[in-house]
Design a protein around this ligand. Structure first.
Ligand SMILES: [Zn+2]
Length: 312
């Protein structure tokens, strides 16, 4: 049985021109306005900040690549970086085993210490790996978007993971059963090489995250996290509850509220009904710790290296 109910099959989905937060708001999955962030009753509605690099540049490149690769039955122009870096023959071989699914915010992709039934290559969905202690306290140990794969433990010859994977930003991903994935690893050298490179980058990011949680302030970490999700959302606006941010950062909600209120007072972000908008990316960058830039560099270097690695 497939565990973790990650979403319904949406093969052939046509994306709505709505923003991510608009799409989510229509599904009614967000909560009330954060009152302490939003004391004056104004939600700061306005255009979406797009002053910082976003993923659309990469999406265009990948769409172009997918078009070049298009074979008669290909209807999965995957926007995932790993899949789109595969040599054409490998990609064609994988296609019958892939399906595009919609991942909805808050759903468990897999549970801790349970058998992982499938791996996921996110497109515009974003999934976090979360560790939970016996007393229910949680902390995010890794974030996976279009640069990676959810279920890396399967690649590392495991069957389960010590953490759980939760969808943070709704969107699509390409799913492959764990059984097919293991079989592909025995014949697909390019996929192995790509995932080894990704696993190295992910380990570096996780190591940095450990240091971050020990040595950087809540406000620095919140700024880093907001910038990361701003980048993933591709437009400076996304849906997120304060309680989710507290859970991800392993902090008390009051601490998150206070830090976020300072960022809002400084006109760096706005928050209304769970909708967060980055108003001043460079300003927020100055509030962030070094970890945001470190992680961005890791994935930028990985992105550049993947295609040569796949062809090696
Ligand atoms: Zn940090």
């Amino acid at each position: 049985m497939h565990q973790g109910v990650a979403g319904s099959n949406v093969r052939g989905i046509h994306r709505s021109p709505q923003s991510r937060s608009q799409r989510e708001s229509t599904s009614g999955t967000f909560g009330r306005c954060g009152t302490r962030w939003h004391r004056n009753g104004e939600c700061g509605a306005g255009h979406i900040d797009s002053g910082w690099p976003d993923r659309h540049t990469g999406r265009k490149a990948i769409a172009k690549l997918s078009k070049r690769r298009a074979a008669p039955r290909i209807d999965l122009g995957a926007e995932n970086v790993i899949l789109s870096s595969l040599p054409l023959d490998d990609y064609k071989r994988l296609l019958p085993k892939l399906e595009r699914v919609k991942l909805t915010r808050g759903h468990l992709v897999y549970r801790a210490h349970r058998k992982i039934e499938a791996v996921y290559f996110p497109e515009d969905a974003v999934v976090t790996m979360v560790d939970a202690l016996n007393d229910q306290r949680t902390v995010e140990v890794g974030t996976i978007g279009r640069e990676g794969m959810v279920g890396i433990n399967i690649f590392l010859a495991g069957a389960a993971s010590p953490d759980q994977a939760i969808v943070q930003l709704s969107g699509t991903a390409i799913r492959m059963s764990a059984q097919d994935f293991r079989r592909e690893l025995t014949v697909g050298a390019a996929l192995q090489r790509l995932l080894l490179a990704y696993a190295r980058a992910l380990l570096a990011v996780i190591s940095q995250s450990v240091a971050c949680s020990q040595h950087h302030t809540i406000q620095q970490r919140l700024a880093r996290w907001l910038l990361t999700f701003r980048d993933y959302s591709g437009g400076g606006e996304f849906m997120m509850l304060q309680s989710s941010m507290a859970a991800m950062l392993g902090a008390r909600r009051e601490g998150i509220t206070e830090a976020a209120h300072k960022l809002q007072t400084a006109s760096l972000i706005s928050y209304c009904r769970g909708r967060i908008r980055v108003l001043d990316g460079p300003g927020l960058g100055r509030k962030s710790c070094e970890c945001y830039r470190f992680i961005a560099r890791q994935y930028a270097a990985l992105n550049l290296a993947l295609k040569p690695i796949a062809r090696a």
